[in-house]
Design a protein. Structure first.
Length: 319
């Protein structure tokens, strides 16, 4: 949603709290810098990080960090008690939900079931044109569209009912949002009737009762440049009870370019990028581009340790 709407209706509002930022620099890969950061107070004996909870972007990042810490400890003939590693979504699931949280497939089928039961003529603001056929395939396609909108709201730990109230009160398509909220409400009822907790409800519960395993004394966000607003609210809540550090892959002199959660700010817009023209290698087709990439990484004995290939167009990546 536009930033004006966000600010005006506070869909993404969060309370203020004290969270510490740590700038790791960018002169080396993040994995190496992160290992230094986590072991900075250790010199000998067992490397005990067991009281830390560390959030990394992916499960592969967690695996590589565990491996790097083990190698660092073994270089000193020491054992390691690793931190508890999480991905952001791991912490947005309540620790003891009343019923299992609905999977994406279960949620999609529930929305599809609800749409099949409803008469499209009663949803004229949301569905102004009758579907060619009121069948499973139409309902599935429509459910996919609606769940995408709900997913965007879910990133702010909100739902259609909240949007209907906040936006409808300001005359921003109130009837349309009300119909969306009605479908959501019926879908939630269907999931609960089948012993499932709606994912957005589970996420809101996890934020409201934000908690880490009791033995964790500190939370570290490591290499997370784009956390969702839902996870931001979770961190805000946790920070009232334990210290939170945000480890940022940049030098301290760039601090103005990041917000308190390590997300790049608008300060980066318009900055020149010092890329040497000789470092640009062109390929007219995806095949030619792949050839250029292979030529560049071939000299490295272990390219997975040195090279990262970023592809802006997912359609050129094979399944």
């Amino acid at each position: 949603m536009p930033s004006r709407v966000q600010g005006e209706f506070e869909l993404f509002a969060t309370p203020a709290s004290d969270i510490t930022r740590e700038f790791l620099g960018w002169n080396r890969p993040l994995l190496s810098l992160a290992t230094d950061f986590l072991t900075r107070d250790w010199s000998a004996g067992t490397l005990d990080l067991s009281q830390l909870a560390v959030v990394v972007p992916t499960r592969n990042a967690a695996r590589r960090l565990r491996e790097a810490l083990a190698l660092r400890a073994s270089a000193h003939d020491a054992a390691v008690l690793p931190p508890r590693l999480f991905n952001p979504d791991d912490l947005l699931i309540p620790q003891a939900p009343a019923a299992p949280v609905a999977s994406r497939a279960e949620s999609l089928l529930a929305w599809t079931h609800t749409l099949l039961r409803l008469d499209p003529r009663t949803l004229r603001h949301l569905l102004p044109v009758d579907p060619p056929e009121h069948n499973f395939f139409w309902a599935l396609r429509t459910a996919l569209d609606l769940t995408k909108i709900q997913s965007l709201l879910g990133e702010a730990s909100r739902n259609a009912a909240y949007a209907a109230k906040a936006l409808g009160a300001n005359d921003l398509e109130p009837e349309r949002w009300a119909e969306f909220a009605r479908i959501e409400r019926d879908t939630y009822r269907f999931l609960r009737d089948h012993n499932r907790t709606p994912a957005s409800v589970a996420r809101a519960e996890a934020i409201e009762h934000a908690a880490l395993p009791p033995e964790r004394k500190s939370l570290i966000l490591l290499g997370l440049p784009d956390i969702s607003h839902a996870f931001e609210r979770f961190v805000e809540s946790v920070s009232a009870r334990i210290p939170v550090q945000v480890a940022i892959h940049a030098p301290a002199e760039q601090s103005a370019g990041f917000d308190r959660f390590g997300r790049p700010t608008s300060a980066w817009q318009g900055r020149p990028i010092p890329i040497d023209v000789d470092a640009i290698h062109q390929g007219a087709t995806p095949h030619a581009q792949a050839q250029r990439v292979c030529e560049r990484i071939a000299p490295h004995g272990k390219p997975h340790d040195f090279d990262t290939v970023g592809v802006p167009d997912p359609e050129v990546i094979p399944p």
